[in-house]
Design a protein around this ligand. Structure first.
Ligand code: PHE
Length: 534
């Protein structure tokens, strides 16, 4: 079926559905000729009746992608969004943007033109096919998000800051040394043939840069440069150069320090399935994904329209009471199905006719407290002084981590980094502070990693997701018990109500969760409609 045949076929069911389908297929404006053709070749997918009306609560990625997919199928959708913008957590903050948190602290971002922060999602794993698939389908250009940078720092356990490569090479070297010696002494509780032992030792020697007698002792002596010394790199104020400057290697940390420092905890992060290279970000801010969907389904979004009641009709349909926040009025809307993407943390306080077990489950699922701060500096000192281009520095202070920007490299008018990104108790504690206090805190702790902070700082913008209206949390956190008990309940349709969002997937806290959930719900509704029509 061509795109033209498809638009014609849905045209039979009325102009709204056809328009929806055309919006979904991005035909309006581009291909007016196709749109103007009279509808032919009717299909009987809705049993000859009008297309079902689906009321979608929330114009985040789940709600908009559901509308987009349903539009392709000829359904009529209307999306209710409390905010004046689409995207939900898929949000990019630029200069002039405002946010007032629950509890009243209001902020206006003062980032310079061209700078932004992504307070919500910031990185896309290469295996998140739904997210990248939509970027491809909707024409959202992406660039690499550098999640791992060996030049970034660890500041932990009261030690001086170290480059990640130094910590990594030292830790692996010492562990390889121990293991190689254990193999040589037959101290492994695993039988190995002589050949296996030699092969394993050879690998460990290579991996750890061990000496022939199996010691990890990288030498700063260039004449005997070992693989390990080379990997650990140079002292940054003495890099290899011309003439009499071969560069100076640093000394390894001692074994005890490396073990006590707990570097391994941070090192294992980058090996997590979800965090491995290659990761991506949309060029120009994460909201480019939301904007691409809004371009397709924007006509169906009712902005600044807050859902006040979610009701069940006697005929099996849905009735909503929604408030127009601009007009200060309320009205009722009816539909056949409801896709509710409102976070459970918010949904639990909206009067609704969910079944008792759904209501109970909605109340129980906990949400994560999450905080991020964007810091604008007048100079890209992390690049100019520290030679850090993107990636993350880690610390055991409660700012947890610093994200360096993965755009605007080598720029001469500064940049915006993420000065903290933390969860749970750290986020709760810092989220309680005023924006000015959060900023001072981020500068104080981050300044221990980068002494340039104080002199170069310009503006900040911070977000505590548990205090953002219409979110009241970062993402749902499931433990094994709730996964077994509540998750299946919430994933089942409750009459006309279909709950959806990242919280109802095994991709919690990822945009891919929103997309996968939307696809699953669209499939269920489509099958229900087909069964009724049959
Ligand atoms: N996706 C978010 C991130 O990359 C949050 C998250 C972290 C979700 C770790 C799951 C696991 O930081």
């Amino acid at each position: 079926m061509t795109r033209r045949d498809f638009v014609r076929s849905v045209g039979y069911y009325g102009s709204t559905a056809a328009t929806g389908a055309m919006i979904a297929l991005d035909l309006l404006g581009k291909s007016k000729a196709a749109a103007a053709e009279p509808p032919v070749s009717p299909v009987d997918q809705f049993g000859g009746k009008r297309p079902p009306r689906v009321l979608i609560l929330g114009a985040g990625l789940c709600g908009m992608s559901a509308a987009y997919e349903l539009g392709k199928l000829g359904f009529q959708c209307e999306i209710f969004e409390a905010r004046p913008r689409s995207g939900g957590r898929c949000w990019t903050v630029r200069g002039g943007d405002r946010q007032t948190e629950v509890g009243g602290s209001a902020q206006t971002a003062r980032f310079a033109d061209g700078f932004y922060m992504n307070p919500g999602p910031a990185r896309i794993p290469g295996h998140h096919a739904s997210t990248l698939g939509y970027c491809r389908e909707l024409g959202v250009p992406v660039e690499v998000f550098n999640n791992v940078n060996e030049s970034a720092y660890y500041l932990v356990n009261g030690l001086e800051r170290v480059r990640i490569r130094e910590a990594r090479v030292d830790l692996r070297g010492y562990v390889d040394e121990l293991l190689a010696k254990a193999v040589r002494r037959d101290a492994l509780d695993r039988p190995l043939t002589a050949d296996d032992k030699e092969a394993l030792i050879e690998y460990l020697r290579d991996d750890g840069g061990l000496s022939p007698d199996l010691f990890y002792k990288p030498t700063p002596d260039r004449a005997n440069l070992s693989h390990a010394s080379e990997s650990r790199g140079y002292v940054y104020d003495d890099l290899p150069a011309a003439g009499a400057h071969p560069g100076r290697m640093g000394d390894p940390l001692n074994f005890e320090t490396v073990i006590k420092a707990g570097f391994g905890r941070h090192l294992s992060f980058e090996h997590q399935f979800d965090q491995q290279p290659t990761m991506f970000q949309p060029v120009g801010g994460m909201d480019q994904i939301a904007k691409a969907f809004e371009k397709r389904v924007g006509a169906a979004i009712r902005f600044q329209t807050e859902v006040r009641e979610i009701r069940r009709l006697p005929d099996g349909g849905v009735r909503l009471v929604v408030a127009d926040l601009l007009e200060g009025t309320t009205r009722e809307v009816e539909g056949d199905y409801c896709i509710c993407t409102i976070p459970l943390s918010v949904l639990r306080d909206i009067p609704a006719d969910f079944s008792p077990k759904t209501t109970d489950a909605i109340r129980q699922v906990p949400y994560m407290d999450v905080g991020k701060i964007g810091l604008q500096f007048r100079r890209r000192f992390w690049e100019e002084d520290d030679r850090i281009y993107g990636g993350i520095s880690w610390t055991d202070q409660n700012i947890t981590q610093i994200f360096y920007p993965n755009y605007g490299y080598l720029g001469s008018n500064g940049g915006v980094m993420i000065g903290y990104y933390h969860f749970a108790d750290d986020a709760k504690k810092i989220g309680r502070l005023s924006p000015a206090e959060r900023e001072a805190h981020a500068l104080l702790q981050g300044g221990k990693i980068h002494p340039q902070f104080q002199a170069e700082f310009q503006h900040s913008f911070s977000v505590a997701w548990q205090r953002i209206p219409y979110n009241l949390g970062g993402w749902a956190t499931w433990d094994e018990t709730m996964r077994a008990s509540l998750y299946p309940i919430l994933n089942e349709p409750d009459g006309p109500f279909h709950l959806a969002g990242e919280h109802l997937t095994y991709l919690g806290g990822w945009m891919a969760g929103a997309f996968e959930s939307a696809k699953a719900v669209v499939k269920t509704i489509r099958e229900t409609v087909a069964a009724k029509a049959a």
